[in-house]
Write a protein that binds this ligand. Structure first.
Ligand code: PHE
Length: 349
């Protein structure tokens, strides 16, 4: 047999077999098609193989190669028919059994591509800006003890900031804020990232230049500017001869990088137990002042609590609300939007 004739026979055989297996809707029909095409004794493939013996010697490799491909394709068609029967048995679908598995002409369903939450994006951005100013990121636990959240920050036991109603104390092993002195230390969800100042200074000798970004918790009623959980960016710089002017310069550089352009910083006198003097930090951008957080010169008591010498070193600290900063930049008027998980809102960032 000439090679073209042999190949034409194979092609015809393949089409017939694929059609037969595709149309077979039940087990007996599939079995009948199997015997017709793949039968070991007198199947049509077997017959075609005989033709292979009559092909010219020089054409044998090409003929044999195509024969094997066709055989494989028919095997696959048979397997597909069997799988289809198996599947329709499992889904109990009679109607589907004869049709193709799915309509390949249907348009696909696009997968949505997610992205980072706006607050996470803001955190990354703030870290990057402060990194350029030489501040490295430090972290601390969200479950804190009273030493790091209060005592070392110059907030004594009788201070109103320690009120159980102002904090999320944990009732660990029956220990609550109301039962001090039982030996076990009460724990609480940290109410400020200033805790990280203490943790870093306890471990590192001066100079220190860090930021800490993370979640803090306060039992506040949620409104447009408050949420029981929010994020703070804390900055701490300790060195020789650090002044308020350094604090203001760093905050201004920071604000200008983040908001881009003409941002102004305003300090208003305030009080925090861990800074002296203390200020509230306002920022103005596009002509309106927004309160961003607190700052001040680190109180000598705090430096002493971590074993620094207040005669040798001084420093500044600040703590700003990440949600507020982000909301200001993107003109979001209610920070609760950040936590509703409404994709229509989140998609815009
Ligand atoms: N920890 C203060 C707060 O949560 C903010 C602050 C940080 C103030 C550092 C001064 C210095 O309100």
């Amino acid at each position: 047999m000439a090679l073209p004739d042999f190949l034409a026979t194979l092609e015809k055989l393949l089409t017939a077999a694929e059609d037969a297996f595709a149309a077979a809707g039940d087990a007996p029909t599939v079995e009948a098609a199997r015997i017709e095409f793949l039968g070991a004794k007198s199947g049509r493939l077997k017959e075609a193989q005989k033709g292979l013996g009559t092909v010219d010697k020089a054409d044998k490799p090409a003929a044999g190669k195509r024969f094997n491909e066709v055989k494989e394709a028919i095997d696959i068609a048979f397997q597909a028919a069997q799988d289809r029967l198996e599947q329709s048995k499992q889904t109990g679908g009679g109607a589907q059994a004869t049709g193709p598995l799915f309509d390949t002409t249907l348009p696909g369903r696009p997968l949505r591509l997610g992205h980072l939450h706006p607050i996470t994006q803001t955190i990354e951005h703030l870290k990057e800006i402060m990194g350029r100013l030489g501040f490295s990121a430090a972290g601390g636990p969200e479950i804190e003890d009273e030493w790091h959240n209060f005592q070392a920050l110059n907030i004594p036991p009788a201070h109103p900031a320690r009120d159980p109603l102002e904090n999320f104390y944990l009732s660990t092993a029956g220990v609550t804020a109301k039962q001090p002195g039982t030996g076990a230390a009460p724990l609480l969800l940290r109410s400020q990232t200033s805790t990280v100042q203490i943790r870093v200074m306890e471990k590192t000798p001066p100079p220190v230049r860090i930021i800490s970004l993370g979640r803090v918790y306060r039992p506040d009623t949620a409104d447009a500017t408050h949420y029981p959980m929010f994020h703070q960016i804390e900055g701490l710089l300790i060195d020789r001869h650090v002044t308020m002017a350094d604090l203001k310069s760093v905050l201004r550089l920071f604000a200008r990088s983040y908001f881009g352009g003409d941002v102004h910083i305003r300090f208003r006198p305030s009080f925090f137990p861990f800074t002296e003097p203390s200020v509230e930090v306002d920022m103005s951008w596009n002509d309106s002042w927004i309160e961003m957080g607190g700052a001040g010169m680190v109180d000598p008591h705090v430096l002493q609590a971590v074993g620094y010498d207040p005669e040798e070193v001084s420093g500044f600290a600040f703590g700003l609300g990440v949600e507020r900063v982000c909301a200001r930049r993107h003109n979001v008027t209610d920070i609760r939007e950040f936590y509703k998980n409404d994709v229509r809102f989140l998609e815009q960032f």
